[in-house]
Design a protein. Structure first.
Length: 343
């Protein structure tokens, strides 16, 4: 009617939302939606979270829904797994996934295997989430990427968001899933704003687990990454575009189950593959992608060997200049693409 009267109707515009606020939105909406959902971890309640992901939630939902725990990952992860076995839906926050090593028996032996070992009679709808991979200036014991570690284990789903829409949609999907999900976030992305569409602002917005996303279409080479390196790939693609090379950038989003079909379809189109990750090279996510491509139909379309860009095969140094050289940079991706294309 307004259009007939000649009035201009403006659709709700996309807004800028940081990854931190997107995660906070997802937690708030799911706590409100389902009374079985609760959050527990170190400093998540009265302190609003070590990274302020849970800001305001304790005041809104109280002690029974947002729970501060002692510094004992094995203990509170075990409590969360037990709660999930009786059909509550816990979100278990690790202050960093490096500390999940203290609870890895609970994550793998208790959560991941229970459905299989009970012949499907015990489901464990739990989310283990927190920052993963390198931060800044925290050295070797706080800079490991666990994507390959947890992606190795049957019984788990493993997601790794890049943008605010990824973060919100994947967290909501993970909380609603009836299986244990490991959500690997990047501390360095928490304060980064991304455009969030009108659709993503809906309380029912979810990102399907197991579906990759083409962030930038291209024709000459496929770049596959997850988490923060997706942004590096987009930057590298912009640099290479000025030289006439058009990169297709795939945001993997889920490590397990991996959307290898999306990668295959892109490789069939571009005939070249470069994988990018912040983790170590040996037995990494990129190694798995390369193996799956070699074993599948897309191998016949490759015009050159696939190239991996990874973190350095060393414990993370503390000194900034060494740290920078241990993490994939845009220049490393540009070099790898030129190597793949032999230019």
């Amino acid at each position: 009617l307004q259009q007939r009267r000649g009035l201009r109707i403006s659709a709700p515009a996309a807004i800028q939302v940081t990854v931190r606020d997107a995660l906070n939105q997802a937690l708030d909406e799911e706590l409100e939606r389902d009374e079985r959902v609760f959050l527990l971890g170190e400093e998540v309640a009265q302190y609003d979270g070590a990274y302020k992901i849970s800001r305001g939630l304790w005041k809104k939902y109280g002690d029974k829904r947002v729970i501060d725990t002692p510094i004992s990952e094995m203990g509170f992860a075990g409590i969360a797994v037990g709660a999930a076995m009786v059909w509550l839906r816990p979100v278990c926050e690790f202050m960093t996934f490096n500390f999940s090593m203290q609870a890895i028996d609970q994550v793998i032996n208790s959560a991941a295997k229970s459905c299989y070992m009970s012949a499907g009679s015990i489901s464990v709808p739990i989310v283990f989430r927190g920052p993963n991979g390198a931060s800044a200036g925290v050295a070797a014991q706080h800079s490991q990427c666990f994507a390959a570690w947890y992606g190795h284990c049957p019984g788990l789903k493993v997601v790794s968001p890049w943008s605010s829409e990824d973060a919100k949609g994947l967290l909501k999907a993970s909380i609603r899933d009836d299986n244990p999900v490991v959500m690997l976030e990047s501390e360095l992305l928490y304060g980064v704003p991304f455009e969030m569409s009108e659709q993503a602002q809906s309380k029912e917005f979810v990102v399907p687990i197991g579906k990759a996303k083409i962030e930038r279409p291209g024709t000459h080479v496929t770049l596959v990454a997850h988490s923060r390196p997706v942004g590096h790939c987009i930057e590298a693609a912009s640099v290479l575009s000025k030289e006439g090379v058009e990169c297709e950038v795939i945001n993997l989003r889920t490590i397990r189950p991996m959307d290898i079909e999306a990668v295959e379809a892109s490789v069939v189109k571009t005939n070249h593959l470069v994988t990018v990750e912040g983790g170590w090279p040996q037995f990494g996510v990129g190694a798995e992608i390369c193996a799956r491509i070699m074993e599948g139909p897309a191998f016949n379309y490759l015009d050159a060997p696939a190239v991996r860009v990874t973190g350095a095969d060393v414990p993370m140094p503390y000194a900034k200049i060494l740290e920078d050289n241990s993490i994939p940079q845009v220049k490393d991706i540009v070099f790898a693409v030129k190597k793949a294309l032999n230019i």
